[in-house]
Design a binder for this molecule. Structure first.
Ligand SMILES: *[C@@H]1O[C@H](CO)[C@@H](O)[C@H](O)[C@H]1NC(C)=O
Ligand SMILES: *[C@@H]1O[C@H](CO)[C@@H](O)[C@H](O)[C@H]1NC(C)=O
Ligand SMILES: *[C@@H]1O[C@H](CO)[C@@H](O)[C@H](O)[C@H]1NC(C)=O
Ligand SMILES: *[C@@H]1O[C@H](CO)[C@@H](O)[C@H](O)[C@H]1NC(C)=O
Length: 334
């Protein structure tokens, strides 16, 4: 079965929070949608924290939670070297996602990329059915979701942008994936740069209230150009133009809300700093304890941070010289 890595992030915090007044909308429209404070059209519900239930008995009555389930690297279309076995692999991955959803009851699902092994597609129809299949558990259970794409999603018959189109067409009232404006991200190969606001529990006017948390998605591109476009390689790091976009978005947030809400970042190919964290003291002993991916090498220690440990060394974004500028600027814009 294709790897279905699975991480959970449970965000918790106090509900009580004085709403910050918005100045007349300074947050500008994306290329495809208009917004004031809330970048999504009215057919997409506001995502909000929920009052904590008995699921978290240790927390007081005024606490709330928003549970994000992360799936990644489902690689649909891959036959796992057994010709004709791709549909079995797809079904197994889809069923795994379905099981995780029913066990975890997430408020939101993120697919972190490599949704498909695009190199195994024979046409655009293969891509479309595979994307629909891996998203079907969320559609069936009406769980909102969004995706970023990976280095196997830009391939013969797909780009990150074309997959986003398939996704939004398939689940228009559940998909929060958005493309950055056309001059941001490096074209159709790196479209998925966007942020999603998560609001506090209770009645909220998104035109007046700052979100509690932002989910940021940066597209690390990579893979290949489409067959029809020459099939050449695509850089495997977030495009430099995204750093400028982060700066301008956060400036608008500062103006509108008086602060930039705390955020979680989702990106398929980790930035170079993750490599250092995995390999150098003081964290090397805790993160990525598996020298190779032989199952016998997975010790209790090695599994301290499952997911990170599955890939050592992880594939980080390009060389320092290639993406150092991006890292530097992203740190500055934080
Ligand atoms: C085909 O894929 C399934 C699901 O991943 C796997 O369990 C099975 O062993 C595979 N079949 C063969 C013949 O390898
Ligand atoms: C693509 O074509 C090859 C060769 O006919 C076939 O083995 C493979 O199963 C096809 N892939 C898909 C996803 O249908
Ligand atoms: C927020 O502002 C937009 C644009 O002026 C308006 O259409 C929308 O109804 C407002 N939303 C609320 C909840 O007042
Ligand atoms: C664990 O990884 C090391 C380093 O790659 C390797 O030499 C060793 O054989 C592996 N151990 C097992 C049990 O596979």
């Amino acid at each position: 079965m294709a790897a279905v890595l699975f991480l959970l992030a449970l965000l918790c915090g106090l509900v009580a929070c004085a709403p910050t007044r918005l100045s007349q909308s300074t947050l500008m429209a994306r290329s495809d949608d208009c917004f004031k404070g809330h970048p999504y059209p009215a057919n997409l519900p506001l995502l909000q924290f929920k009052p904590c239930t008995s699921r978290l008995p240790s927390q007081g009555p005024s606490s709330s939670s928003f549970k994000v389930m992360v799936i990644t690297d489902t690689h649909l279309l891959d036959d796992q070297t057994v010709p004709g076995n791709a549909s079995n692999v797809a079904r197994a991955s889809r069923n795994a996602v379905r099981t995780y959803i029913s066990q975890e009851q997430p408020d939101f699902v993120v697919h972190l990329g490599d949704m498909i092994s695009g190199e195994a597609a024979n046409n655009t129809k293969d891509v479309q059915s595979a994307i629909r299949e891996i998203l079907s558990p969320m559609k069936d259970k009406r769980i909102p979701f969004s995706t970023t794409k990976g280095n196997h999603d830009n391939e013969k018959y797909s780009t990150h942008g074309s997959i986003t189109d398939i996704e939004r067409n398939y689940a228009p009232s559940l998909s929060y994936t958005r493309k950055a404006p056309a001059n941001v991200g490096g074209g159709e190969y790196g479209t998925d740069n966007y942020w999603i606001p998560i609001f506090q529990a209770g009645p909220v006017d998104p035109n007046k209230t700052a979100p509690k948390v932002l989910l940021w998605f940066f597209d690390s591109r990579a893979g290949r150009k489409m067959l029809s476009q020459g099939y050449g390689p695509v850089n495997d790091w977030v495009d430099d133009s995204v750093a400028d976009w982060i700066t301008s978005e956060t400036e608008k947030m500062e103006k509108a809300w008086g602060h930039v809400p705390p955020g979680l970042i989702f990106v398929h190919i980790p930035v170079h700093e993750h490599y250092t964290t995995q390999n150098d003291p003081p964290y090397a002993d805790h993160v990525g304890g598996v020298p190779d991916e032989t199952p016998a090498n997975y010790t209790n220690k090695g599994l301290a941070y499952q997911g990170l440990n599955d890939d050592k060394p992880l594939a980080s974004q390009g060389q320092e010289s290639d993406q150092g500028e991006y890292s530097h600027r992203i740190q500055k814009s934080q």
